[in-house]
Design a protein around this ligand. Structure first.
Ligand SMILES: [Zn+2]
Length: 330
C-alpha cells in the first residue's frame, strides 16, 4: 500500500479529496494498515477489496475477510463514509464547537438521533489518553454547572454537576487546561483530581477550601489564597481558572443553548478543552494549527484507533431524549 498522500489543507481540497466512498475507504485502510496490509490470521500481506461489501477486504492468503472500520468509532455504521468525513471536518473545524442539530443540518442527515450519536462518537475519539501532566504553578478550583430544572420543584444539589479545573500559569497568561467532572468537593475527590492532572512535585494554587488542605502533604507545593479581604473576589485570587469557568459557561450557553446532558458533560468538557482559545494574548493548550483540516487529519487517525461506541452504550438506555438536562448556573 502506498504512503499517505499529503493531507488536504483547505475545506475545498478536503471535500474534493474525500468526495466519494472509495477515497474515504482507501484513506481509512491506509490509516489502519500503516505498514501495509497484514492478515491477523495467516500473516498474509495481500488483500483485495470486495466492492460488494463496501468496507471489507479479503486476505489473498486465507480468504479471511476484515472490515476496515471494525474496531473503530465507525464500526457498524451503514452511512456513507463521505458523511463521516464531513462530520469530522465540521466538528474539528468549528471554532465554537457544533451542536447535534447543526451537524444534522450541515450534513443533511434525516435523523437528529444519528447526528447526536455521531457527535458523541467523535468526541470519544477526541479524548486522548496518556497526556503529559500539567507542570509549574497551577491554579485549581471547582465550579457548579446547572441546577434545578425549571418546573421541577424540589430538585436540589443532585442535579448540579461539579466541574474541577486546573490551569497552568504562564507568566500573566495561561498554559494548558484540564477539566474534570467530579462527584463532590471532598478532599479525597479533589486531591484525586489534582493527582490525575498535576505532576508530582509541582505547585498547586487553590483557595482556602478544606478539601485542598492536605495537598501539601501529598508532595505538592501548595499555595493557599484565602479570601480575606471583603472586596476581593475569587476571580481576582485565581484569575486563570475563573476565566476558564466563565468561558466554559458562555460556551455551553452559546453552542448548546445552556443545556447539556449531565451524562455527556465529560465529553463536552473534553471538546471545550481541545478548542480553548483565549483572546488578549492568553495561550491555551496547543495553538490551533492554521490549516483548517489539521484537526480532521489528527482525529481520523485517532478515530481509527478508538474502539467503537455503539449507540446503546452511549445513551445507557434505549432513548436519548427526555433525559435530565443541565441548565447553566449564572
Ligand atoms: Zn490471511
Amino acid at each position: 500500500m502506498d504512503l499517505l498522500d499529503e493531507f488536504p489543507s483547505t475545506e475545498a481540497e478536503f471535500r474534493g479529496r474525500f468526495a466519494d466512498e472509495e477515497r474515504c475507504r482507501a484513506h481509512l485502510a491506509r490509516l489502519k494498515w500503516r505498514e501495509g496490509f497484514r492478515c491477523g490470521h495467516c500473516g498474509g500481506k495481500t488483500a483485495y477489496f470486495l466492492p460488494s461489501k463496501r468496507v471489507v477486504y479479503e486476505c489473498a492468503g486465507c480468504g479471511r475477510q476484515v472490515s476496515v472500520i471494525a474496531g473503530t468509532i465507525f464500526e457498524q455504521s451503514k452511512k456513507p463514509l463521505v458523511l463521516w468525513f464531513r462530520a469530522i471536518f465540521e466538528v474539528t473545524a468549528s471554532k465554537q464547537g457544533i451542536s447535534a442539530a447543526e451537524l444534522q443540518r450541515k450534513l443533511g442527515l434525516g435523523s437528529y438521533q444519528t447526528a447526536w450519536s455521531w457527535l458523541h462518537k467523535i468526541r470519544t475519539a477526541m479524548v486522548r489518553p496518556n497526556r503529559e501532566p500539567l507542570s509549574g504553578e497551577v491554579e485549581i478550583d471547582e465550579s457548579y454547572l446547572g441546577g434545578p430544572e425549571a418546573g421541577k420543584p424540589g430538585r436540589g444539589a443532585e442535579d448540579k454537576a461539579i466541574v474541577a479545573a486546573a490551569v497552568e500559569k504562564r507568566g500573566r497568561g495561561c498554559g494548558r487546561v484540564r477539566l474534570g467532572l467530579i462527584a463532590d468537593v471532598s478532599a479525597r475527590v479533589l486531591i484525586g483530581f489534582v493527582q490525575q492532572h498535576l505532576g508530582g512535585d509541582e505547585t498547586a494554587h487553590t483557595d482556602g477550601w478544606r478539601g485542598y488542605a492536605q495537598l501539601g502533604k501529598t508532595g505538592y507545593r501548595h499555595i493557599i489564597s484565602v479570601l480575606s479581604k471583603l472586596d476581593q473576589t475569587a476571580a481576582e485570587v485565581l484569575p486563570r481558572v475563573h476565566l476558564v469557568f466563565s468561558l466554559l459557561k458562555r460556551w455551553i450557553l452559546g453552542t448548546h443553548q445552556g443545556s447539556v446532558s449531565r451524562k455527556h458533560l465529560a465529553g463536552y468538557l473534553e471538546e471545550f478543552t481541545l478548542m480553548l482559545r483565549i483572546p488578549c494574548g492568553h495561550r491555551f493548550n496547543r495553538r490551533r494549527a492554521r490549516r483548517i483540516t489539521h484537526g480532521a487529519e489528527r482525529l481520523l487517525g485517532i478515530a481509527m484507533a478508538t474502539p467503537p461506541r455503539p449507540f446503546w452504550k452511549i445513551v445507557g438506555r434505549p432513548h436519548p431524549q427526555g433525559k435530565a438536562r443541565l441548565a447553566v448556573a449564572a
